[in-house]
Design a protein around this ligand. Sequence first.
Ligand code: G3I
Length: 326
Amino acid sequence: MLTPIDRSRTAGRYFGAAVRFDQIAGNERLRDAVLRDCSSITPEIHMKWDALRPSPDRWTPGPADDLIAFARQNGLKVRGHALIWEQSTPAWAKAAIAGADWAVVRQHFEGVIGRFGDDILEWDVVNEPIDAHGLRETTFFKAYGPDYVARALTTARELAPRAKLVINDYSFEYDNPVEDARRASFLRLLRELRRADVPLDGVGLQAHLDLGKGALRRETLAPFLTAIADLGLEISVTELDVREHDLSLSLAERDRRVAEEVSRYLDIVMDQPAVTGVTTWGLSDSHSWLQPSGARGANLNRGLPYDAALAPKPMREALRSRLAAA
Ligand code: G3I
């Protein structure tokens, strides 16, 4: 019997995973792993704008409703993902947003928060707003100007006064010019929002780790986390997984490298008291956005805690021990 990862009830930090209802409904072993290890889940897809309202006259909350019911039945917390994300904004909504009427965004928030808000403790209000230079030039940025992030947070606070409001973004982990610039760009945004007293409770660090990007350095990551914490913000690790670099190695060596990367990351991150918990972007390699299309067997990326047959891998033990130690 595996020792559960979840130590949230004793140590205060949660462990969660992104899930899809169709996947847990169709795979008992996956569902059991979620129930054994997680105290929190994130809908990988079902709460995104294009999943909920693919066209103006189609409202399709069924899978998200099913996932919320599953969470309720099993006492799981739910992270709401994501109210605004350029990539999941359907074409019809982008066309409407281009008219610069905030009512389009507000109605979307009212629909989503109205439906699910009672069950959501933490919302990714804006997903992936920055690039290396500043705010990413999304449909929202072009229509509403740079204030759209503040407006989104203010609207979310009004509609979900008790939920934690979060900005979620990626590529902050490694030492290279792009990630250096992204960290600086993210901190600039957070400081501006703080200065303007915008309702913001925390940040989500996606943490899509990558074995091809060089060593993770405490000297780089720890000061970045401290700078966020010094702004009075909480930190959630929201989408942890590991992209492999060399699939020609033995499976044992590949799994060792993945686990080592996760341990290294968590050893740094768990030292920051503002970190509230960790979510992996899936639990099993059979369901990972990192899979090359059509990949099977040894060609599957092995960057999640369980392999495709739901056997636990060293990454799971790395998570369990780091969360327990924390
Ligand atoms: O729903 C359609 C289905 O009807 C169709 O048959 C199928 C054919 O490809 O596509 C289905 O939609 C796909 C959906 O996943 C469900 O499988 C979308 O094309 C595909 O784009 C979508 O990918 C998700 C992606 O976000 C976009 O929503 C990934 O699973 C999900 O892991 C990924 O997650 C994102 C986070 O939200 C934000 N951070 C990065 C992370 C990875 O990209």
